[in-house]
Design a protein around this ligand. Sequence first.
Ligand code: ZN
Length: 244
Amino acid sequence: MKIIFDAGHGYFTPGKRIPDGSMREWEFNSKVCEYAKELLMGYAGVIVKFTHDITGKFDVPLKDRTDIANKWGADVLVSVHANAAGNGWHSGEGVETYVDSSKPKDAYDLAVKVQNQLLRETGRRNRGVKTADFHMLRESNMTAILPECGFMTNKEEAALLKADSYRRKCAQAIVNGLVEHYQLRKIVVNLEVPSDYAYELALALEWAKENNISNGERLNEPCTRAQQLIMLYRFFNLMNSSNK
Ligand SMILES: [Zn+2]
């Protein structure tokens, strides 16, 4: 299945930062997306893509973000954010997850699971699953949720949002929710390879099958020059098409 992550905003987006200037919202959002992608690589049949520019230099316009998700045909979109209230420090705190105002059933069910996982992993206050008329939720054609993982304007939560451990907890929670909702299963391999390579081979195998490079069969048998050439040619075409 195709999962697309959207790190809200860009590094230079005005506002969108901790009041004392110690962190931009982008820094939190993009790291959570990166960690979630890493975690999902261990699951069978899952391909992950981002709608944002990973350097953060460009705040990809919202329309482009949903266009990318729609054109790719993502099955689910997760737009990761950190919250804010007022101008400057504020007492508002906690975690909430949004779905579109039309309250699509699948998105709502997924949001409930992700929200519960966020509460479990972070131990923050529950603000619940909410609806809103946000572009990312409204204009995306697939199941879409938008978790707000804590308030940049709350001193205690600002410190958490800056911590790598908290970012990893949020990524884990989102992935746990996705795994639960879509019944994703971990890649299991049973091949005669040194254990150091087993995991990497499992990932490579999934990737090769997903991208039609190889059918992944008879892995311990030799490969002819013709077969090597075909695989190289398919890889070349794959690289070319992904650069467009
Ligand atoms: Zn945001």
